[in-house]
Structure formats: structure tokens, C-alpha cells
Ligand binder design. Structure first.
Ligand code: FEO
Length: 392
């Protein structure tokens, strides 16, 4: 339960959730952390708290540095309970502490906890002096909730942006140069795809606001702290916020008796003939939150379902519901699938793609019962047509 001094007088005092495997439906194979930061100055400040069941762990770390009852300010950057879960408990221990939060933060925290905490609302850009240091607050609505804000310390060039730039990963290490960068980028991408993706225009505004700040450390509220790969993670956020993708395709499908699977692989062959790298995902084997990580940087998304009863397979329905909520933009889509006597699924998938304003340039292939070699050849040709469009 040791705290980690990330800068002189500034400590990581969060909690490590080694066992977390599901974060409201997002599969977290590597666990997560909830990062809280303690700033010791003339005033003692705790920035964010942790999920409720890690309260003792956070408290033990704080106690190694200061008496928690001496905390003057608790910054609530975000209402969601993975960060506010111990706010009431902390306020009971640090009785005189003022809770600094955004206007929406106060509203949300009151709705969550039904407590009249010692709130002080901070406006966008407002600065609070804590001794040798200042803390400046930047509202970041919808990155991730309407209440979200970042805390910035200009003297330390330290940004604490809560969910932004986070990753769900539990590690003994705290910094980005202590964990292989590929793993961190993968987890940061999956995090963005599942949590931040719908809010690209808000992320662009945040990136614009941050561009005028001097930053040499970014301490998000999940995962490791960025100090060596700041330009890399900022560039990745810029790319993702713009919905910029790579010239590659993702084929997601489910299958009943293997016909739609055969079509999926014929499409893959056609796309590959055009030099397009293709990722194959069978929905029976892959979770939708992992699929989202593939969606994030793929320009073409092909979704296949046989017709089951009067529509698509439920796995594909769940994927489309999730996808529609996260709403990736600027994608080229194509649906495909087999059927027995009444074809329904392909049109339904195409409708969902068009509702997300995807370009759907080709009427998706539909095959009755089981494809023969000639039909698979036609499907492969359709894959080539799509490949030519992506290559334009
Ligand atoms: Fe990590 Fe939106 O909470």
C-alpha cells in the first residue's frame, strides 16, 4: 500500500483493481486502476477518489504521506462512481475539506449521494491557489460525462484529466515508460473506443484548449501515467477524435450452419486481393467491447448475419445496438448473410449502417441456404469491388 511520488510533493494514492474483468459491460482482461492524487502544499489536496471497495487501500496510501483529516480540498473531477465512490467517506474523515467540482459535478454528486457536502463550484478556467502551486480547472463536458473536468497545475506542468487518456490496465508500474508502449496504446485505444468515441467533437475542443498549456505529465484516472509518450497519446487522440482510420477492413459475423462464415472468408479474399488488410471476428467468440477496438481504426466495416426467424441473429443485434450508441463516423459499411426462405438480416444491418451515416456503396450479398463455389466466387468479386472503393 505504498504511495508513489510522481513529482516532488505529489503522490499517486489510487487503488489497483486486479480482479476487474467487466466494467459496465466492457471486458477488462487486464483489470484496471482508479487513480487518485495527493498534492501536499500549504493546502493539502486530494484529486479524485476510487471505487468504493478500494477505499481502505487509498486511505492506507494517503496515511503514509499525511493525516487524511488534514486534507483541505477534495477535487471531484468526475461524478461517475469509479472516482466519486469514496467521496462521502473522505469528506467524513476530512471534515473541513472543501469539495471542488464543476457546476454539473455538484448537481450530479448531489443526485448520487443525497449529501450536502461542502461544495465549491469552480468555473471553466478558474484557478485556486494552494500555496506554492495553483490548480486550474478546465471543464470537459462529455469527456466522459457532462460534469467531467481536468485539473491542471502550471508550476508542475501536470495535467490530471480524469477519464481522458486513460486505459483499463492493472499493473505494479505507474509510468508509461515502465510498460511496453504497444500494450498501453492497445488499451488506450480500447478505452477510447468503448468510452470516449461518441464525443469526438468535444475531445477536439479539449485538445485545442490543452494545446496552449505546458504539460510534461498526464495523470489520467485509469491506468498508467504518461510522461514519456505524451506526444504519442495526444496524436492518437487527435486521430481518434477526427474519426481518421487506416486503410483496412474489419469483418464481423455470426453464423448458424457455416454459410455466412464462408461468405465472410470469400469477402476477405476479395479485399486482400486489393491489398486491404482484413481482421476477422466471429461474434460467437469475441466480445463486442473487443470488436470496438477493431472498429476504431478500420475504414471498412463488414457485418454478416444469417436470417434467424424474422431478422438478424441476436449477437449481431447487440453489436449494432452498441455500435449505434458509440457511433463511429466516416466508415464504409457492407452487410452480408445467408437465409433459408425469407431474407431479412442484410437489409436490417444496412439500415443500421445508414442510420450512422456510413457510406454503404454496395448492396450486400445474400445467399440462399448454402453457397456453391460459383456463388462464393461472386462474393469474392464483391469483396474486390469494395476493396477498389476503399483504395480510391
Ligand atoms: Fe472512469 Fe467516466 O469514469
Amino acid at each position: 500500500m505504498e504511495p508513489v511520488e510522481v513529482k516532488q510533493g505529489i503522490y499517486w494514492v489510487g487503488g489497483i483493481d486486479w480482479d476487474l474483468r467487466n466494467f459496465h459491460g466492457y471486458i477488462t482482461q487486464r483489470g484496471s486502476t482508479y487513480n487518485a492524487y495527493l498534492i501536499v502544499d500549504e493546502k493539502i489536496v486530494l484529486v479524485d477518489t476510487v471505487k468504493h471497495y478500494l477505499f481502505d487501500e487509498m486511505l492506507a496510501r494517503i496515511r503514509k504521506v499525511v493525516d487524511p483529516s488534514k486534507i483541505d480540498y477534495i477535487v471531484a473531477n468526475h461524478v461517475e462512481m469509479d472516482h466519486s465512490g469514496c467521496l462521502v467517506g473522505m469528506a467524513e474523515i476530512a471534515e473541513k475539506a472543501v469539495v471542488l467540482t464543476s457546476p454539473k459535478g455538484e448537481e450530479g454528486l448531489r443526485r448520487h449521494f443525497k449529501k450536502d457536502l461542502n461544495f465549491r463550484i469552480v468555473q471553466n478556467g478558474e484557478t485556486v491557489n494552494i500555496g506554492k502551486r495553483d490548480l486550474q480547472f478546465f471543464h470537459m463536458p462529455m469527456v466522459h460525462w457532462p460534469d467531467s473536468m481536468a485539473t491542471y497545475c502550471p508550476q508542475e506542468k501536470l495535467l490530471l484529466p480524469n477519464d481522458a487518456f486513460g486505459q483499463h490496465i492493472a499493473t505494479a508500474e505507474r509510468f508509461d515508460d515502465e510498460v511496453p508502449f504497444d500494450i498501453l496504446r492497445e488499451e488506450a485505444a480500447k478505452y477510447y473506443a468503448n468510452i470516449v468515441l461518441p464525443y469526438g467533437s468535444q475531445v477536439q475542443k479539449v485538445l485545442h484548449a490543452l494545446s496552449s498549456l505546458e504539460i510534461d505529465m498526464i495523470g489520467p484516472s485509469h491506468g498508467i501515467i504518461w510522461r514519456s509518450h505524451i506526444p504519442d497519446i495526444l496524436a492518437a487522440y487527435e486521430k481518434w477524435a477526427n474519426n481518421d482510420t487506416d486503410k483496412k477492413a474489419l469483418i464481423v459475423y455470426d453464423t448458424m450452419w457455416g454459410s455466412t462464415r464462408k461468405m465472410a472468408y470469400a469477402l476477405k479474399d476479395g479485399l486482400e486481393e486489393c491489398g486491404i488488410p482484413v481482421t476477422m471476428r466471429n461474434l460467437e467468440l469475441t466480445h463486442i467491447s473487443d470488436i470496438m477496438a477493431d472498429v476504431l481504426e478500420s475504414r471498412a466495416i463488414l457485418i454478416g448475419s444469417p436470417t434467424l426467424n424474422k431478422g438478424m441473429m441476436p449477437t449481431i443485434g447487440a453489436l449494432l445496438t452498441y455500435l449505434t450508441g458509440l457511433c463511429p463516423k466516416k466508415r464504409t459499411g457492407m452487410a452480408f448473410g445467408s437465409y433459408g426462405w425469407a431474407e431479412k438480416s442484410v437489409g436490417e444491418i444496412e439500415e443500421a449502417m445508414k442510420a450512422m451515416k456510413w457510406d454503404v456503396p454496395i448492396d450486400g450479398p445474400r445467399i440462399r441456404y448454402v453457397p456453391d463455389p460459383e456463388e462464393l466466387e461472386e462474393v469474392r468479386e464483391t469483396g474486390k469491388q469494395l476493396g477498389a472503393i476503399i483504395n480510391k
